[in-house]
Design a protein. Structure first.
Length: 556
């Protein structure tokens, strides 16, 4: 290969979105040399291939997986070049929108530097691949909604002999039909100012050169500048003739690594007109000052926040903030949930030490109490696919695929009370405070979250048992009467971010609230994928419930 790839610390990672029916192994001839050159390349298997039955939201599932993987790189300061092949252009573009419209950011976070469409589809927002009665020759759909192709060789591997293509044909897997029928919610190639490269395969009989030219023309009409490359080969040149693609991608990541002057692309909506300069104070200082200026004080921190949330919105585009206190070292870190181009901030421990002492005492003042009681009765609409539907009540789009929760992880009542007795400061870890039996979990961090959009304050903690981490958030009586949708969206983003690395979000609903209000909240949570659960998996007992809290969990 004449071009020499020189990867360094600034070289972006490559995240590759696979095409329909294809698995990561199909891309090894192209990916392996890039990895050997020192480039980080991640190729996840499509979620639509893993399911046994079409869930109805398969495209969104694939997009969410790519979004999470991309954020794993950007969360640790690594830029990303997103390469999308064939169908990957549809859900890859969707993932770009998911990331940019709703993102947890921090100082030093990376970004998506370039979108590469490799013989890929680029559809407008609000359309599906098979919209307007379009069909793809050779597709066969089973009773459970899984698609196969009757002649993949004639469609995808025409630039080599059947014998040469046979190893690739053996790797193809059925995929959920809703990958082609679900409408997109974003146009990642259009709305976020990210540079675009389009690679056309000259002998492609699936996404033909004429189709690619049409996609490019659409992009250019929308004001997108497109860098176009043409290579010899069929639709799956990454397998049959990877050398030209390796050279193109190598040059792209090298160029991105050397281009230090390009301004960051916009993450979401344009700036608000005549914005007020953001406050330079940490959130707690801003709210405390606002309260001091008010003649009417409230003893409730939730009500305290509600009075000043409108003022906060004028001072910052940040939607929510989360502050984490390490249960052993008492170290404090902060994260902002934002949809603006400015990114989030990390609050330093030195500047927040006095407030941290105050907040931790308040955390200790109202620890959650456990117990055993019957689960209250309430009406909940539910079907086999509700976890993947849009919420009809809270208007929250769920791109996750929750599993059944029979028993989900949280600490048992005695261990939790022991952990909450920890006082500030602690010069060193305190094993006697966090000594749990082998069958119980440990509280690792305490969490306080301020939702500026909905006007609510939430508290909780992160528990860990083995490799599993779960974020527990308490919906107390003061919170239940407020708009919970913005806070819940922020909690899901925080839980799945690198800052928390939690596989599950557990919402603890206050049983002392009005029965009708509890039923309404439980129904809303159920619509977006939360399910009732016990504490057995993290406790040293069975049928572990609480007489104060109703637990509902969902995987992030």
């Amino acid at each position: 290969m004449p071009f020499q790839i020189t990867a360094n610390s600034k070289t972006p990672a490559i995240v590759l979105a696979c095409g329909a029916w294809h698995v990561p192994e199909h891309y090894e001839p192209m990916v392996k040399p890039l990895r050997e050159a020192g480039i980080d390349v991640a190729v996840p298997k499509n979620q639509s291939l893993i399911v046994q039955k079409d869930p109805g939201k398969a495209m969104a599932m694939d997009a969410a997986a790519i979004a999470r993987l991309t954020q794993q790189f950007t969360g640790r300061g690594k830029d990303v070049v997103l390469v999308m092949h064939s169908y990957g252009g549809i859900y890859g573009s969707e993932a770009v929108g998911m990331i940019n419209e709703s993102k947890v950011t921090r100082i030093g976070a990376g970004r998506i530097r370039r979108l590469v469409y490799l013989a890929a589809h680029a559809v407008p927002k609000g359309t599906a691949f098979l919209s307007s009665g379009r069909t793809v020759p050779g597709i066969e759909t089973s009773e459970n909604g899984m698609m196969t192709h009757s002649d993949p060789y004639g469609r995808y591997y025409t630039d080599v002999t059947r014998e040469q293509a046979e190893p690739a044909l053996q790797l193809l897997q059925p995929m959920a039909a809703s990958t082609f029928t679900q409408e997109t919610s974003y146009a990642g190639w259009k709305d976020y100012g990210i540079p675009v490269t389009f690679i056309i395969c000259k002998q492609d009989t699936a996404v033909t050169p004429e189709m690619c030219e049409g996609y490019i023309a659409r992009m250019q009409e929308a004001g997108v500048k497109v860098d176009v490359h043409r290579v010899e080969g069929g639709h799956c040149s990454h397998f049959t003739k990877p050398e030209p693609l390796i050279e193109i991608l190598g040059k792209l990541v090298n160029d991105e690594a050397g281009d230090l002057l390009r301004p960051p692309h916009r993450l979401s909506a344009p700036p608000r007109p005549n914005p007020t300069p953001p406050s330079t104070l940490p959130p707690w200082q801003f709210y405390e000052m606002a309260t001091l200026l008010s003649n009417n004080h409230s003893s409730s921190s939730s009500q305290h926040y509600k009075k000043t949330s409108h003022e906060s919105k004028r001072h910052s585009n940040t939607q929510a903030s989360a502050y984490i206190v390490d249960a052993s070292t008492m170290a404090l870190t902060g994260f902002h949930y934002t949809t603006s181009a400015g990114g989030g901030l990390v609050v330093g421990l030195r500047s927040a030490r006095a407030h941290h002492h105050h907040r931790l005492r308040r955390l200790q003042a109202a620890p959650p109490r456990g117990g055993v009681a019957a689960t209250p009765q309430f009406t909940s609409r539910k079907s086999g696919n509700t976890g993947r539907q849009n919420s009809l009540v809270m208007d929250l789009r769920n791109t996750n695929t929750p599993k059944k929760h029979s028993a989900v992880a949280i600490p048992a009542k005695p261990a939790l009370r022991s952990a909450l007795k920890h006082t500030f400061p602690t010069p060193s870890p305190s094993p006697e405070t966090h000594a749990y039996s082998a069958t119980c979990a440990a509280v690792r961090e305490y969490v306080e979250m301020w939702d500026y959009a909905g006007g609510a304050r939430f508290r909780g903690f992160v528990v860990e048992k083995g490799d599993e981490r779960s974020l527990f958030i308490f919906f107390d009586r003061e919170v239940l009467g407020q708009d919970l949708k913005p806070g819940l969206m922020a909690q899901l983003e925080f839980a799945s971010s690198e800052a928390f690395e939690c596989e599950q979000l557990v919402v603890c609903v206050d049983r002392s609230a009005d029965d009708e209000l509890i039923a309404d909240v439980a129904r809303d949570l159920n619509w977006v994928g939360f399910e009732l659960m016990t504490l057995d998996a993290w406790a040293a007992t069975t049928n572990c419930l609480s007489d104060r809290w109703l637990f509902l969990g969902m995987e992030t």
